[in-house]
Design a protein around this ligand. Structure first.
Ligand code: ADP
Length: 222
């Protein structure tokens, strides 16, 4: 194994653009919206609609999603306890970088362990980690099963599957809880937006349909 560099030999370079200036340009604070919950609870669906709506409002959102990260940054990791911890640690560091750049980083990860989520919270400046508990009962998630994973897990074709053969520790004090068995996707998104208006000072643009932004630049204009 490679020796770790000692802290005294590391000299991170500080740039000349303060976060405040980046945030002024973006028109909102940088933060991390951390969606946690069982598989099929609705994390990716909500993340996608939230990102679309934030973008429509002129914000700078970006999604980090479990499945895509596991194809790249974390493709060397499996679903053992040790590697799940490392997966969240890496994603947390990346989310922090996005937030430092003034983005609204939407992270959609089962992230079953409270300690791992708290580790990410503690990486972040106070008030910039927004934990969202996407909470649907296991029976509902299993019924939805959009990727057929629960069916495979019940047949023992997937090991360490959260909720079936591996534990999920619900957040004790999430900033928001979304019971997606009782809320529509857009009601869930609306709840997050309301909190972001307060915490990240995003602007509310009521009454405009999603999709087209007046005056947006088209690729053909470049
Ligand atoms: P996850 O990312 O948590 O694994 P997905 O978003 O991939 O979950 O899948 C959730 C499934 O549940 C989707 O097929 C979605 O259409 C459906 N669904 C039904 N109601 C809701 C809701 N209120 N919020 C989010 N997803 C919902």
């Amino acid at each position: 194994m490679k020796a770790k560099p000692t802290a005294s030999n590391l000299h991170p370079h500080t740039g000349k653009i303060p976060l405040r200036e980046r945030e002024q340009r973006h028109g909102h604070r940088g933060c991390v919206v951390w969606l946690t919950g069982l598989s099929a609870s609705g994390k990716s669906t909500i993340a996608t609609e939230l990102e679309r709506e934030l973008f429509r409002r002129g914000c700078q959102p970006f999604i980090l999603d479990g499945d895509s990260v596991r194809q790249g940054l974390c493709s060397d990791l499996d679903f053992s306890e040790r590697d799940r911890h490392e997966n969240i640690r890496r994603v947390g560091e990346v989310a922090r970088l996005f937030s430092d750049a003034g983005f609204i980083c939407i992270s959609a990860f089962i992230s079953p362990h409270r300690a791992d989520r708290d580790l990410v919270r503690n990486l972040m400046p106070v008030g910039t980690f927004i934990e969202v508990f996407v909470n649907a009962p296991l029976s509902v998630c299993e019924q939805r099963d959009p990727k057929g994973l629960y069916a495979k897990a019940r047949k023992n074709k997937i090991k360490n599957f959260t909720g079936i053969s591996s534990p999920y520790e619900p957040p004790l004090k999430p900033e928001i809880e979304l019971p997606t068995n009782r809320l529509t996707v857009m009601q869930a998104v609306e709840k997050i937006l309301k909190l972001l208006e307060k915490k990240c000072r995003i602007k509310s643009v009521p009454g405009k349909p999603a999709g087209k932004v007046p005056g947006a630049i088209r690729w053909s204009d470049w």
